[in-house]
Unconditional design. Structure first.
Lengths: 200, 606
């Protein structure tokens, strides 16, 4: 794949990068429904600012197959009309894009200041212990994935854990075991949710 | 032009409106360090080392992204600026390996030089450095056909990312991950595949991106000779600098060490393509012609070519050309590469006009090649299709060039005449690299079969065509002679003699002059400048009228060269040969702060 007629490219002669690449994945295209959603969304931006739709485009892809593969990134790049490197740039920057399969419930433990002061590390440890997984791993049942993230913006109710799209506020380390059992038993109904929504 | 006046470090500076404080400081010769700023790409403000204090602004400002306003008062040497800047340097060096002695950028590395000048005396870091890919040799990973990447050295200035996005037009490089894990990467680790990828080594302010061609080859202080010249591999005519190795005994015969672009806003800006950057080895390659050669037997394919002395070759050449042209002078034909300089073409024109009269130019066929260069649509650096530098020069001198730079040369007339046996001799002038005169297998076949009785090749390399010739004359490549070339914009530019021709090779205009003289023509030229002067006189009122005033540079010490030329690289070079103080970290004296103790504390042994 060399462009220069006289410059041969022999990559085998050189060290390869040790970077862990996202899963290549099989063929990926949006479902008709997602394609329609994307086409509608991209209309919201001026034609020369098409790249603005990239987050939405990636969420669609992630919802479609649970996580983002290289094939999915390439498909999104084609849709957005940017390069694949641009897409990977965005995907790898945000913690809410997953490049490997995740469990039904993704536990995002906040580790920024307020939460850290109120024992976020112990929350992580308790989850780890309960599920037998390390940060970034998914448990054997495929139900839970543990991730550490930066500030979730709920410092007044620290320590906070975000489970999928819901906050779980003031989750003391000792309550973690019980909470996980509840989620196992009751699913989404076990979430206490954000106090702002409750107080309304 | 609207201007604004500001004060930097007590000096009043007037700059055009819209300049940033950093640009104003650079122009005024006030050294402010910077990494992410590059004059050829957009402003980013990510490296933070160019911070300055601006009165009436609350915090320290990045000078690269602050536009000058009237009456602005800027300080770059006050204690808080110096201290904050040293802090930034300490952070930049947190994870940067101290492998300067083995790094190819060492000696011309802005991180090295600026850290010495502005950085703290020592780092307080006592934890292991972040490592990607591996340490030592394993840190260098493949980054496409021309490049190697060392992520440990990267300071994430994102110049390469912006270069690919803005200049190349295909954003192949991105920053993967975030925070401390950020790294420069291409999708799937494919590497950079671009016709202008070599510029990434120039824009990289550290040794993170290196070209495979230059890697492990030399150290910058070993090649202090630099020559300003131009690239002659296509019709664009990029302004370049040829770097020469100082010690030939180390170079084992090869003196050219690299080609780098030289700023010219009208032609190539700060860039050059990989074809020009990496295709220079042929000039000093093994197939180079060093001595004239003769085939003892006149029947084709009988005896091999044998080296001969010029004094033996010249009379033979004269006899055989006269012999071939004895019945009809027009049966001696010339095939000339558009790699020939305008001087050579001018002498040739006088030669053919001397032999054939005013329509002598009809005996000359100018040839070149074109190639398809795949580049992204939005690229700002377009490499033209024509692979020869002087099609316009030939056109200006009245040679038939058909569609010129826009198309292919038309060799059919010469070919039909040769194949029909109407041509008694073909004299080829081919000072370009192998293959630059296009497909001439028909000419080789004609000579081998005897249809063509005489083939003379004046060239640089032992090409297939030269191997089939009866007489081979060693000419010179573009780095070995002063020559002028007219690029596709019609701009007359000069290439300079950087190195001596190898062996007994002669400058091509000299060979043509001696051939002409041996044929009885008057050629009053002793130096190539005589040719240019004659050319200038013959074409008053054109670009050529200035031809004899063009500047041809000789190898100059890089120090002088850096001071006099190449503003695009001055950010790098200003610091290269600066007299640095012997002790690290004390070159910038803070105002109002006593000089620090410079003695190195000795640790008691045991």
């Amino acid at each position: 794949m060399s462009f220069h007629p006289k410059m041969e490219y022999a990559p085998a002669r050189f060290h390869k990068s040790a970077r862990t690449l996202p899963d290549p994945g099989g063929d990926f295209t949006y479902t008709a429904e997602n394609q329609a959603k994307f086409d509608a969304n991209v209309q919201r931006y001026p034609p020369d600012q098409r790249k603005s739709a990239i987050l939405y485009a990636l969420y669609l892809a992630q919802r479609q197959q649970g996580f983002l593969t290289r094939a999915a990134m390439a498909h999104v790049a084609g849709q957005i009309r940017c390069t694949t490197a641009d897409v990977e740039d965005v995907v790898s920057y945000y913690t809410m894009f997953y490049t490997k399969p995740v469990g039904t419930y993704v536990l995002n433990v906040c580790r920024t200041l307020s939460c850290a002061l109120l024992g976020a590390e112990r929350v992580t440890e308790a989850i780890s212990e309960k599920l037998g997984i390390k940060v970034g791993e998914t448990d054997a049942s495929g139900m839970f994935t543990l991730i550490e993230v930066e500030c979730l913006g709920a410092c007044d109710r620290a320590p906070v854990v975000m489970v999928n799209d819901d906050w779980e506020e003031r989750l003391a380390p000792e309550q973690v075991g019980e909470f996980i059992d509840h989620v196992r038993a009751k699913g989404r109904a076990a979430f206490t949710g954000c106090h702002l929504h409750k107080e309304k | 032009m609207e201007t604004v006046t500001l004060t930097i470090d007590g000096t009043q500076i007037t700059v055009p409106k819209g300049r940033t404080v950093l640009q104003a400081a650079i122009e005024a010769g006030i050294s402010v360090p910077y990494y992410c700023y590059h004059p050829g790409i957009s402003i980013d403000g990510s490296c933070r080392v160019c911070i300055v204090k601006i009165e009436k602004m609350g915090k320290l400002q990045t000078s690269c992204s602050t536009v000058c306003t009237d009456g602005m008062v800027v300080h770059t040497r006050e204690a808080d600026v110096v201290e904050a800047r040293a802090g930034v340097f300490e952070f930049l060096l947190l994870n940067h390996p101290l492998d300067c002695p083995v790094c190819d950028k060492g000696g011309e590395c802005p991180l090295q030089d600026f850290s010495y000048t502005f950085g703290p005396a020592e780092s307080r870091m006592d934890f292991p450095r972040r490592v990607f890919d591996g340490e030592g040799v394993k840190a260098d990973v493949d980054f496409g056909p021309t490049l190697m990447l060392n992520r440990n050295r990267c300071i994430l200035c994102t110049r390469c990312v912006r270069f690919m996005k803005e200049v190349d037009g295909d954003a192949q490089i991105g920053i993967v991950d975030r925070g401390a894990g950020s790294e420069i990467a291409t999708f799937e680790e494919r590497g950079v595949h671009s016709l202008i990828s070599g510029n990434l080594m120039d824009v990289c302010p550290v040794g993170a991106i290196l070209t495979k061609d230059y890697r492990f080859k030399t150290r910058p202080w070993d090649n202090p000779g630099v020559v300003d010249t131009i690239c002659t591999l296509c019709s664009k005519g990029c302004n370049t600098s040829a770097w020469l190795k100082a010690k030939p005994e180390w170079a084992r015969g090869s003196q050219l060490i690299r080609m780098t672009p030289r700023f010219n806003a009208d032609v190539n800006n700060y860039w050059m393509c990989d074809i020009g950057r990496f295709t220079y080895h042929w000039a000093e390659g093994d197939t180079r012609l060093r001595k004239p050669m003769l085939r003892p037997s006149t029947s084709p394919g009988q005896a091999p070519l044998e080296p001969a002395a010029w004094r033996d070759v010249e009379p033979k050449l004269r006899d055989r050309i006269q012999d071939a042209g004895s019945q009809d002078p027009a049966s001696v034909r010339f095939l000339v590469s558009a790699h020939a300089s305008t001087e050579e073409l001018y002498v040739l024109k006088q030669l053919v006009e001397g032999l054939l009269g005013n329509d002598g130019a009809r005996a000359v066929t100018v040839t070149w090649t074109r190639s398809d260069k795949r580049q992204p649509e939005g690229t700002k650096f377009k490499v033209p299709g024509t692979d020869a530098p002087n099609v316009n020069g030939a056109k200006d001198l009245g040679f038939e060039v058909g569609p010129g730079n826009e198309g292919m040369p038309d060799l059919t007339r010469l070919r039909t005449d040769v194949e029909a046996g109407r041509v008694k001799a073909v004299y080829v002038l081919d000072p370009g690299p192998d293959g630059s005169i296009g497909d001439v297998s028909w000419l080789v076949a004609a000579r081998r079969s005897g249809t063509l009785p005489l083939l003379v090749v004046q060239g640089v390399l032992m090409t297939e065509l030269a191997a089939a010739a009866d007489i081979v004359l060693p000419g010179t490549a573009w780095v070995e002679k002063d020559g002028i070339f007219t690029n596709d914009q019609g701009r007359v530019q000069a290439s300079s003699r950087a190195i001596a021709p190898p062996g007994e090779a002669r400058e091509d205009w000299q060979i043509l002059v001696s051939v002409a003289r041996s044929l009885g023509l008057t050629m009053p030229y002793e130096t190539s400048n005589d040719v240019r002067r004659a050319l200038a006189t013959s074409k008053p009122g054109t670009g050529y009228a200035e031809a004899d005033h063009l500047l041809f540079t000789r190898p100059v010490p890089a120090r002088n060269w850096l001071q006099a030329s190449n503003p695009s690289e001055r950010w790098k070079w200003d610091f290269l040969f600066q007299d640095l103080p012997p002790v690290k970290g004390h070159s910038v004296q803070m105002e109002g702060v006593p000089a620090q103790e410079t003695s190195i504390p000795l640790k008691p042994v045991g």
